[in-house]
Design a protein around this ligand. Structure first.
Ligand code: PMV
Length: 335
């Protein structure tokens, strides 16, 4: 087989959440995330020229052919005119692997679609100067949050009048970051490693006629603006309150939608209360975030890593299945 195109792209954790979409995967509000580093997807794209016009596409996930992923990814690829020459003229084989455990509270669709979009765009021969922006836009069409995985340590997606260059179509890097946010860690406390009961697609759809939608979208845009200012000025207290309010607001949306549901578990609440207590007692800059699931992301600067390790060891006793250690990263690479 000829030399593959290889793409490594990380996942990200939204500090301000994207929850609710319109038209073709456009967000109802702006979102701001921290890019991860260890949690990433590696995609290898092999292509061999073919004569007939039919599609020849195979998908291997962690060494085995995966029909469900093949169909999902092929549907996505067929929807993008940028990839049609490639699909029509080549037999394509994708090999994809994640560096992190399945259902570990890490958005695998974000790293996977970032890597897939980047690999296909590279294989299609797009001009280098627009590459990252175009890859971010195409990744967004696979999974909204994937568009933020191209930049780090922080990335903004969604048009905000006050932020030059911001767009609903693709993410942009957050450029002004105070020293105190330069070396952030994300330690993920896994309380549940089974797939969640309600998918994020369903959650997004439930925002369409959610009675609190308008206020929620406004809140998220305001949180993005406030968080951008906090990241720039080094205001850790503001970072903490925005990040935690966002996590709870996301879950409040689930609990108050037409078809209401709950993804947090008793252990999630217990850990959140321990974080509140630990912060109050020590004054240390640590906070939690939640993705659309019960696992708790602990966010803090590298400088307090030892103290956080002891906190986890000494205080989080029940309900914890395992711990995933990660830190802020700078995005991915494709070659
Ligand atoms: O990118 P999607 O469609 O899987 O949605 C992601 C939704 C959240 O992870 C809950 C929030 C976010 O902004 O990443």
């Amino acid at each position: 087989m000829n030399q593959p195109i290889t793409a490594y792209y990380p996942s990200n954790i939204a500090l301000v959440k994207y929850w609710g979409k319109r038209d073709n995967q456009l967000p109802c509000n702006a979102s701001l995330s921290m890019t991860l580093s260890n949690a990433r997807t590696a995609v290898k794209l092999y292509r061999t020229e073919k004569q007939d016009r039919g599609i020849a596409f195979s998908y291997y996930f962690e060494g085995r052919q995966n029909e469900a992923f093949r169909q999902k990814v092929l549907r996505y690829l067929l929807g993008q005119k940028e990839f049609s020459d490639l699909l029509n003229n080549y037999a394509i084989r994708i090999e994809s692997e994640n560096s992190f455990p399945h259902s570990a509270g890490i958005a695998s669709s974000a790293s996977a679609f970032a890597a897939i979009a980047a690999a296909f765009l590279k294989a299609s021969g797009t001009a280098e100067d627009h590459f990252t922006r175009e890859a971010s836009r195409l990744a967004r069409l696979g999974s909204g949050s994937a568009c933020r995985s191209f930049f780090g340590p922080f990335s903004l997606w969604g048009r905000l009048e006050e932020v030059a260059g911001s767009s609903d179509d693709f993410a942009i890097p957050v450029l002004q970051i105070h020293e105190c946010f330069q070396n952030m860690r994300d330690t993920i406390l896994i309380v549940e490693d089974r797939p969640k009961a309600v998918s994020s697609s369903r959650g997004h759809a439930l925002m369409e006629d959610h009675p609190l939608a308008k206020a929620r979208f406004q809140q998220a845009d305001n949180h993005c603006k406030d968080l951008l200012f906090a990241l720039k000025s080094g205001d850790f207290d503001a970072f903490i309150s925005i990040t935690e309010r966002e996590a709870l607001s996301l879950h409040a949306m689930m609990m108050t939608s037409g078809d209401y549901y709950l993804l947090v578990k008793p252990a999630t609440i217990q850990i959140i209360e321990q974080v509140f207590r630990f912060r109050k007692e020590t004054g240390l800059p640590i906070c939690f975030s939640l993705d659309a699931g019960p696992n708790v992301h602990l966010l803090y600067p590298e400088s307090i890593r030892d103290k956080v390790d002891s906190f986890i060891k000494n205080n989080i006793k029940s309900g914890l299945k395992f711990v995933v250690y990660d830190q802020a990263g700078t995005g991915g690479t494709v070659f």
